[in-house]
Write a protein that binds this ligand. Sequence first.
Ligand code: SAM
Length: 280
Amino acid sequence: MSEPAGTLYIVATPIGNLEDITFRAVRILKEADLIAAEDTRHSRKLLTHFGISKPLTSYFDHNKILKGKYILDQLGEGRTVALITDAGTPCISDPGYQLVRDAVAAGFSVVAVPGASAAITALSASGLPTDAFAFEGFLPSRQAKRRERLASLKDERRVMIFYESPNRLHVALVDMRDILGEREVVVARELTKIYEEFIRGDVSAVIDQVGERRIKGEVVVLVAPGVEEKDAYLPLAEMLGSYLEGEGMSLKDAVKRAAVETGLPRSEVYAEALKLRERE
Ligand code: SAM
């Protein structure tokens, strides 16, 4: 039995500025036998702009079972299918995940054609730490569920990235302040478009700015982790940890050296070292 030959391409499209499509994305779309789009009318405009004229079929949340099967059949016949969504990277708060999973399970090649995604675009220019982050997608639209979800994220130590509707931005920010406390937030609005804007500051200050006007367009909200009291001691704890575990020093020597290095009273350093020992 021969291997299935069809390939499914997951193709990112711009999130606003059409110049953000890649050369490769245009080529793959031009070469595909079939393009599956979330909204064919919306995507036809993009495709026309780039001179791409290929058979289009729809693939969205409410027809994904039926259409998924059709697309798998096309792949089974050796065809190349490119999946696109209305904006950005398919599967990221957009349809596609189930299709990718099914295509992989059926043994077809699945190839990602990377490009814009609002979450990464917002994060990269946010000014918030980028070393580790948690993409949270959309918060629930109902307030009780939204607050419940935020409560479950209270101890998250990474920057959180949310997609949000402009109509709910204000209430979502108020819930964030109530549940997560005063935090640094960034609202990234209309990324890559004419009215692109970053609203940065403590959540109260951002609420004041957002509250005064009707926010239009698309938004991403980024939330910095809260500062925990124990973090104030992190550098000392880390220093002690490296002396004790890394260098194998005795408790006494580690405390002595850390007190010299930090200028802190030896009793305070000793108390911190004991806490570390207790946690072991
Ligand atoms: N798949 C897309 C991606 O890779 O970014 C996301 C699709 S999701 C249905 C749409 C949400 O993404 C919007 O509600 C908004 O939160 C965010 N978004 C998309 N384009 C944006 C833009 N140009 N500026 C700000 N946020 C954007």
